[in-house]
Write a protein that binds this ligand. Structure first.
Ligand SMILES: Nc1ncnc2c1ncn2[C@@H]1O[C@H](COP(=O)(O)OP(=O)(O)OP(=O)(O)O)[C@@H](O)[C@H]1O
Length: 488
């Protein structure tokens, strides 16, 4: 914001119904307080304002265009709700002097134009198949009205098959859009960013199968609106799976860098993931639950229970490339660790030391983010950051059924982690290499099944730009979790 905007002052008395309010705008804050008791003051930073509009009078006949009411204007804004959410609110002020009204509207609209990162033309993919199959309803009810108020022109594409979103992104010209987004779960988001990175590779003539090459950064930011079953990526980005919060995060236009991890077999790039890449228990859940999709999200509880009872261990060898970076802080809004990485302008030169670990594992998980979700409020890797250039490799040794249950109970609680269990090891890594021995499981890659077992993976620091203001810190007395088995 320029100094001009910082210093400009507006002060007027407006009416809200019959009550008179003193309203002023100074230093990017809109403040109103009632003149008579009960006194109530409200402050809205301009960055939380969605739109400022003249009011329209309802026409008396359907053929008549609604007429502008020159004596009233509305401020549409966002404010903090419960449990890390944002909610929408609005206030309409009236004044007998039309000049007062138009001066406020003009000034505030001018100030809003300074937020140049706010998207104007959004291409939004809706997956009608994921989660409880309500993604379209979610968009119609929570997304569309807010985007309309904010003046975001949204083009909606409803996906009709698996991988269609990825194919559309790769094969169509997206020059008319300044952002892309989706309503869906982790698999839908994965299609979106896999498509964007491959498109950029095509454009720049880069071979995506060459692991030693830096992958190009897509130039379109992405918006993530939860509409799947687990919605772990949305939860980690926004701190909640509340849809209104996700939509407001797109409208605000604030962005952050998200690491992606590219996974290869011997010859080619298999896929990029943003959340978790998991072998053994969670790989089996992805594989067996896909056949029970008709059950909705509860398929994960059902398959999870069956797999835990079977307590299968898988032998394998894993090598991790680690730098001597300390683990121990959580990733919240305005994360210092992630912003330092951004400033370093990471060039993916992965220096560090390779460590090799062998054994029989109940589960091997590479977590690019904490993988928290509604059912696992801390996630399997609570200290994994959105954009610090590292993944956390969580190794769960094959052990007793009781220990597996201890692990799962810990995962579902908001007051405990898994890192102090003696059969769990966590390694911070920039690269990993896995080789399966004898009996083989599958990999679960952001919820999608990957059948190749012997793989290599490499973190691509802040390859993706996503709309979010980040997840605020959880208050001590806030309860976010429930108790059921979790997919991640
Ligand atoms: N019209 C469609 N018909 C069938 N599959 C589709 C369609 N559109 C998208 N898909 C596929 O649906 C799969 C599931 O989507 P998604 O991952 O978003 O939901 P989910 O698995 O319920 O949620 P989560 O991954 O958060 O647990 C993805 O693999 C996606 O490619």
């Amino acid at each position: 914001m320029s100094d001009d905007n910082q210093n400009s002052v507006l002060l007027s008395n407006f009416y809200l119904g019959r009550r008179r309010y003193r309203v002023y705008y100074h230093r990017n804050l809109i403040v109103w307080d009632s003149e008579k008791p009960p006194c109530a003051q409200k402050t809205v930073p301009i960055e939380n304002v969605i739109a400022v509009q003249h009011n329209y009078e309802t026409s008396t006949h359907p053929s008549e265009e609604p007429r502008c009411d020159p004596n009233a204007f509305t401020i549409h804004f966002a404010e903090r709700g419960e449990k890390r959410t944002w909610k929408y609110n609005s206030i309409t002020f009236k004044h007998s002097d039309v000049l007062q009204v138009s001066s406020w509207v003009k000034t505030l609209q001018n100030h809003l134009q300074k937020f140049t990162g706010r998207p104007k033309h959004l291409l939004l993919f809706v997956n009608p198949y994921g989660g409880k199959r309500k993604a379209l309803k979610i968009f119609e009810k929570f997304g569309k009205p807010l985007f309309q108020i904010a003046g975001v022109d949204v083009s909606v594409i409803i996906s009709q098959r698996q991988n269609q979103i990825r194919d559309i992104i790769i094969n169509h010209n997206l020059d008319n859009y300044d952002a892309v987004g989706c309503v869906g779960g982790d698999g839908t988001i994965s299609e979106l960013f896999n498509g964007l990175v491959l498109k950029e590779c095509q454009k720049q003539g880069i071979d995506p199968d060459d692991m030693s090459i830096d992958l190009p950064k897509p130039n379109l930011p992405i918006g993530v609106i939860p509409g799947g079953s687990t919605d772990s990526i949305a939860y980690c980005l926004h701190g909640t799976t509340d849809v209104t919060t996700a939509v407001l995060h797109i409208i605000f236009g604030d962005k952050t860098g998200l690491d992606l991890v590219s996974v290869y077999d011997e010859t080619r790039l298999l896929r990029l993931f943003a959340s978790a890449f998991s072998y053994g228990y969670l790989g089996d859940i992805a594989y067996y639950s896909e056949q029970l999709r008709w059950m909705g999200p509860s398929r994960y509880e059902y398959t999870g229970f069956k797999r835990i009872i079977s307590n299968t261990g898988y032998k394998g060898e894993i090598a991790v490339l680690s730098e001597n970076d300390p683990i121990g802080t959580k990733c919240y809004e305005k994360c210092v660790r992630c912003s330092l990485k951004k400033a370093e302008d990471n060039d993916n030169k992965n220096e560090g030391v390779w460590k090799t670990l062998k054994g029989k594992f109940f589960m091997v998980t590479a977590a690019n983010i904490s993988c928290a979700c509604e059912r696992s409020p801390n996630g399997i890797a609570p200290y994994s950051h959105l954009g610090d250039g590292n993944m956390h490799v969580v190794l769960v040794r094959h052990t007793s059924l009781i220990n597996n249950l201890r692990l799962l109970i810990r995962l579902t609680r908001s007051d405990s982690n898994v890192d102090d269990l003696d059969f769990v090891e966590i390694h911070q890594a920039k690269e990993l290499c896995f080789r399966a021995e004898d009996m083989q499981s599958r990999w679960n890659c952001d919820g999608e099944i990957q059948h190749q077992t012997d793989v290599r993976a490499k973190v691509r620091c802040q390859l993706l730009t996503v709309f979010t203001r980040g997840a605020p810190k959880v208050e001590q007395n806030e309860k976010l979790g429930c108790c059921s088995f979790c997919k991640h």
